[in-house]
Design a binder for this molecule. Sequence first.
Ligand SMILES: Nc1nc2c(ncn2[C@@H]2O[C@H](COP(=O)(O)OP(=O)(O)O)[C@@H](O)[C@H]2O)c(=O)[nH]1
Ligand SMILES: [Mg+2]
Length: 352
Amino acid sequence: MFDFLKSKFNKNVSSSNTILESEEKILKEDFVNEQNQENINCEKDNNYNKYSIFTSLKKSLSNTSNNLNRFFRKSTIDEAIFEDLESALIMSDVGFEASSDIINLLKSKFLKRNTFEIKEVKNELYEILTDRLKVLESKIHINNKPSIFLIVGANGVGKTTSIGKIASYFKSLNLTVLLVAADTFRAAAVDQLQKWGDINNIMVYSKIGIQDPSSVVFDGINFGRAKNVDVIIIDSAGRLPSNINLMNELTKVKKVISKANNADPYETILVLDANSGQNNIAQISAFDNYIGISGLFMAKLDGTAKGGILVSVAYGKSNIRKIPVYWIGVGENKNDILSFVAKDFVAAILDK
Ligand SMILES: Nc1nc2c(ncn2[C@@H]2O[C@H](COP(=O)(O)OP(=O)(O)O)[C@@H](O)[C@H]2O)c(=O)[nH]1
Ligand SMILES: [Mg+2]
């Protein structure tokens, strides 16, 4: 059986200009794939990293929670607490509109009372934030085979790293994954993706010397279909939405995906850098208007005090659509990815 697969595999490689793992690794992938063909969904989602999920989230968001929690440690309570808390929310990048809205809700509840405890304010804030952030929760469903994920975003936000983590996430669900190297701007981009392929022990499709990302995407999808993989994740070059030519290039890539995969729906994920704060709102709006975004990946939430940005996204007051946050990134390693769960996220930023 292995000899048969081996010859099939060699034929594929010689007919395409492809960087691949060792033959043994590919054979292993094919084998796993055969075992799991009928059951392609993410219901096992909750088990991913479960043992450490909350500790990891809390640790990663400690800068944001330190900022917000200074006020809940105060011994005296007076009206000024609300002003202080409003400043803290703004500093955490919750945004002006959302912060003022939240503080007005808290004031209307507590200021009419003679006495209240700081703990009650914190609990109420937890309820308000969880309620607002719930609109961003969504489970990824892998209904098509292959399910295709196009990853887009500005330069350096964490696209390629996040792809490595998403691949690791899908692999943990026993799905077979192919990465497609469609960042054709820099030769180093292919090497970087290949490293993530090595880390995850999965295939990476690239075409040497080809500048047009659409061509790589078309052939990559056909390769993935021939290999019968469950998930195809496409890397793309970083771009600012103000660059019309580069945005048109993405529109073309999207058309090519529909053509190569018989117009089945696919996901377009915008990766954002949490450190960019309110600038992320402008990016969501621009990318969504141009090419349509179906999900967000908020990278680099570790080490930033700006974790409130997701609340800003959830409020959507700057005319952005409330696009689901599928994952958050909390580090540079393959397991530093967490599904977004509103109540856990809020408990972490409020250190509850
Ligand atoms: N701390 C931290 N660093 C990250 C995270 N995601 C990406 N990075 C780092 O951000 C830098 C840019 O990442 P890269 O994936 O190359 O971004 P791209 O240009 O959008 O593909 C790299 O140094 C990554 O290690 C994250 O969640 N946390
Ligand atoms: Mg990249």
